[in-house]
Design a protein around this ligand. Structure first.
Ligand SMILES: *Cc1c(COP(=O)(O)O)cnc(C)c1O
Length: 223
């Protein structure tokens, strides 16, 4: 017998320390399964498609915090700008600029994470170390008043090799610490390190993650 969603969430929560935020990744899953998680007191959900995210936002309880965890196209920012709680995958200055513009139009500030390329695979999106330094020191970035960079996000290589995953997560943690020291010393806002999914969240936690994005281990496999 498979566990219920409530049981899955409870099992995962037991292994997490209090400061860690669990993002329930509900992409492709129907509303009723999200509601099962909601009834188990889950309030933070992650989606990777704008249309699906907006639909679920409109139909489901308003105290849910929605996180956009996937690759975000600039022309779709406007649809989520009114309500999104956190955008994980910011991977270019142009995207950040668009988020800033749409946030201003909605008279709010939007929290974002900069996605860092840590995996060996070519296809993964994200800044490298030099690009992220360039961004954070640029005039353009410093003039953006409606985005709040809360931290970093990264995805490790998809591999069975735990050493590879550990090295990548440790590199990301160390970059996070360096950037915090260098650019965010005066503010307590740069405080989120989003790394770890179903297959690697235990490693991520050991490497200093404080935000896990977990789908399959909560909702079961996706087809
Ligand atoms: C789908 C997805 C996850 C969750 O993946 P699982 O392996 O099901 O836990 C986490 N992060 C991102 C960016 C995703 O797209």
């Amino acid at each position: 017998m498979m566990n219920s969603i409530r049981e899955n969430i409870q099992i995962i929560r037991k292994t997490l320390s209090k400061e860690i935020c669990l993002v329930a990744v509900s992409k492709t899953k129907p509303d009723n399964l999200l509601m099962e998680a909601y009834k188990a007191d889950q309030r933070v959900f992650g989606e990777n498609k704008v249309q699906e995210l907006v639909g679920k936002y409109e139909r489901l309880p308003k105290d849910i915090q929605w996180h956009m965890i996937g690759h975000l196209q600039r022309n779709k920012v406007k649809y989520i700008a009114p309500f999104i709680a956190l955008i994980h995958g910011v991977d270019s200055q142009r995207l950040l600029k668009e988020i800033n513009k749409r946030a201003a139009q909605n008279d709010r500030s939007i929290d974002v994470l900069l996605q860092i390329h840590i995996a060996k695979e070519e296809s993964k999106f994200g800044f490298d170390q030099e690009e992220v330094n360039q961004l954070l020191t640029s005039e353009a970035f410093l003039s953006m008043k409606n985005v709040n960079v809360r931290g970093l996000m990264g995805m490790a290589t998809f591999t069975e090799n735990n050493d590879t995953i550990t090295t990548e997560f440790m590199d990301l943690k160390s970059l996070f610490d360096t950037l915090k020291q260098t650019y965010f010393k005066q503010s307590s806002d740069f405080d989120i390190l989003s790394m770890g999914m179903t297959n690697d969240y235990k490693i991520a936690q050991a490497c200093g993650s404080n935000m896990l994005r977990i789908g399959s281990a909560i909702f079961g496999p996706r087809n």
